[in-house]
Design a protein around this ligand. Structure first.
Ligand code: 13P
Length: 267
């Protein structure tokens, strides 16, 4: 299980690797060992987290100390006849984080803002920090609907939790068109989206709460582009997909975060 160091966790950038539906269980352990070495080396300045497939979550969790672990998706009920689903309650001892409302869940599996709200509440109930994903499609961006989409996803997605819970939660801005496409969002667009998210949370829960929420960026991040997002004061870390499966890439991103990225200013 993840061991917290004495430096305030809020001031460290969070570098999270979403392994999606990749790697066997032994392969996951192998990659986790490599990541752990880097996470331990930079534990004072960076928080590292990995999100293996659920078949490997428990074994990965048992071999890391400086790396947080998380689950890629959960169901919103705590138990019951829901074949194939995993409850937050079932993973609460091996998952520090849960990704909620990833765009692949929304657009491949039909999740709505309402299910995101229920899943976020299930995380809080089970002491797992939710990473709530929001982001617009290409069509929505072209129609100038980005602000509206982000406002809707935030206002419905966080509706079932308290301001105290929101303060400890993480939001990942992942524009759908930038995920797995190699298409990089411009840092100024990411900063603008992060400000929209911050404003929406501020209006709902108050400025003090909004100031504590960490906002990550995700979408085709590589070791080459990581720095341009980590340098943004609006961004507190990265949610990395494809590059997190490549040991050297992910290690380089952690190192970049340690070397001056993301002075979040949030505490
Ligand atoms: P890529 O980095 O592969 O674009 O994926 C981003 C993502 O979806 C992380 O959750």
């Amino acid at each position: 299980m993840f061991i917290y160091t004495n430096i305030s966790i809020m001031s460290k950038p969070l570098i999270a690797g979403n392994w999606k539906m990749h790697l066997s269980e032994p392969q996951s352990r192998g990659l986790a060992e490599q990541v752990e070495a880097q996470a331990a080396a930079y534990a004072d300045t960076v928080e590292t987290a990995v999100f293996p497939s659920s078949i490997a979550l428990s074994s990965v969790n048992s071999l890391v100390e400086s790396t947080a672990t998380g689950v890629q998706n959960i169901y919103f009920a705590d138990e019951g006849a829901f074949t194939g689903e995993i409850a937050a309650a079932q993973v609460s001892d091996v998952a520090d984080y849960a990704i909620v409302g990833h765009s692949e869940r929304r657009y491949v599996f039909g999740e709505t803002d309402e299910t995101v709200a229920r899943k976020t509440a299930a995380c809080i109930r089970n002491h797992i920090t939710p990473i709530v994903c929001v982001g617009e499609t290409l069509h929505e961006r072209q129609e100038n609907e980005t602000v509206q989409v982000l406002n809707d996803q935030i206002s419905t997605g966080l509706t079932m939790i308290t301001s105290e819970d929101v303060a400890g939660s993480v939001i990942a801005y992942e524009p759908v068109w930038a995920i797995g496409t190699g298409e990089n969002a411009k840092p100024e667009d990411v900063a603008s989206a992060a400000r929209t998210i911050d404003r929406a949370i501020g209006e709902m829960f108050g400025r003090k709460t909004a100031d504590q929420v960490r906002v990550l960026y995700g979408g085709s991040v590589s070791s080459e582009t990581a720095g341009s997002y980590l340098d943004l004061e609006e961004i507190s870390g990265l949610l990395v997909g494809g590059a997190s499966l490549k040991e050297h890439e992910f290690k380089a991103i952690i190192e970049r975060a340690a070397n001056g990225g993301a002075e979040t200013g949030k505490s």
